[in-house]
Write a protein that binds this ligand. Structure first.
Ligand code: NAD
Ligand code: TYD
Length: 335
């Protein structure tokens, strides 16, 4: 099996590559990544020398480049995206290019290359904010509220269209908020851990009572693996771990684990259009594919805090852009 993985130098993609190389030593993996600010090959130093892994620097919006790299692939797993809501509020242009146009270009290239399975990594955010006491299922209406979510929703429509129009074998995952090692320190959990470690303020948006369902990244990777191998063609699968927490609960837990005072919490102006609550019902993937998360929130968050505490140099290089020097050292001279 030859997998064409886009966005594999990012947070979930790099964890997925590590998971797949461990679980399927005979598979060949191509990691196709543009290396935006969020793409960091340092996330994969431990597997870079694996004979079944290769990296290609490329943009999913570049059809010729995709065509060249995708040749011979059996399956595509599309992680590549602009992924941060706050950045999409500042400027959505790159989100439309990567998340929408890029997905369509990949779909066309996949058909051309005779790919037999296309896995789209979507998000629970396509369904918008969930009312208290309700849970989104795979048939809930798509009501994206941020430019990021709108771009991911648009991509899902093109995925569906490729399935209906051309019979492409597609499956879509909609995961809830992931956390764990190698997450870029602009997202809530790594940002708060790294600020706390430096005794800096923890900027909580609004009243801090927005809730998210937190999913440990390795559990998400196992779910994507299952959907890729066993998911029914044309179907969507929610991935969530029923671990709903308010943002305030998250930052207090992090401060307690790090032994830092709650006085570091600083309430700041709310995010525009801030979704109040994300809550998905993962019953379909549990009953159809037998997936359940292995980590509880308590075990996952402890592992995560340990990882960031032990990898402060990674955080520093991610924040400063210093990790780009790694790319230059590894690949700069290779043209
Ligand atoms: P990330 O921002 O950490 O990584 C994105 C990766 O995509 C980076 O390596 C980047 O260089 C690459 N990329 C961006 N544009 C590209 C392009 N045009 N061509 C090739 N590569 C490009 O994101 P993440 O958090 O790992 O998310 C991965 C995927 O999972 C995204 O599609 C996101 O929408 C989805 N998702 C994320 C979460 C979450 O909590 N992080 C939850 C649900 C779904
Ligand atoms: P984030 O990690 O950006 O994920 P998403 O918006 O995709 O769910 O944010 C998670 C939650 O944390 C969200 O409700 C916004 C909030 N948040 C803060 O309160 N302060 C911050 O500095 C950040 C980045 C997020």
């Amino acid at each position: 099996m030859r997998l064409f993985i886009t966005g594999g130098a990012g947070f979930i993609g790099s964890n997925f590559i590590r998971h797949m190389l461990g679980a399927y030593p005979e598979y060949q993996l191509v990691n196709f990544d543009k290396l935006t600010y969020a793409g960091n090959l340092e996330n994969l130093v431990d597997v870079a020398g694996n004979a079944n892994y290769s990296f290609v620097k490329g943009d999913i919006c570049d059809r010729a480049g995709v065509d060249q790299a995708i040749a011979g692939a059996d399956a595509v797993v599309n992680f590549a995206a602009e992924s941060h809501v706050d950045r999409s509020i500042e400027r959505a242009t790159e989100f439309i290019a990567a998340n929408v146009s890029g997905t369509q270009i990949l779909l066309d290239a996949a058909r051309g290359a005779g790919v037999t399975r296309f896995v789209q990594i979507s998000t629970d955010e396509v369904m918008g904010s969930c009312a208290e006491g309700e849970y989104f299922t795979e048939t809930s209406p798509l009501r994206p509220n941020s430019p990021y979510a709108a771009s991911k929703t648009a991509a899902e429509h093109f995925i569906r269209a490729a399935h209906v129009t051309f019979g492409l074998d597609v499956v879509t995952t909609r995961a809830s908020n992931n956390y764990g090692p190698f997450q870029f320190p602009e997202k809530l959990i790594p940002l708060m851990i790294s600020n706390a470690l430096e005794d800096r303020k923890l900027p909580v948006y609004g009243d801090g009572l927005n809730t998210r369902d937190w999913l440990y990244v390795e559990d998400c990777c196992r779910a994507i693996d299952l959907v890729m191998h066993k998911g029914r063609s044309g179907e969507v699968y929610n991935i969530g771990s029923r671990a709903e927490k308010t943002n305030l609960e998250i930052v207090r837990t992090l401060l307690d684990l790090l032994g830092k005072p709650h006085s570091l919490i600083s309430f700041v102006t709310d995010r525009l259009g801030h979704d109040r609550r994300y809550a998905t019902d993962p019953s379909k993937i549990e009953s159809e594919l037998g997936w359940t998360p292995r980590e509880t929130f308590e075990s996952g968050i402890e592992k995560t805090v340990c990882w960031y505490t032990e990898n402060s140099a990674w955080v520093e290089r991610a924040r400063s852009g210093g990790y780009r020097e790694y790319y230059e050292r590894m690949y700069g001279k290779r043209g």
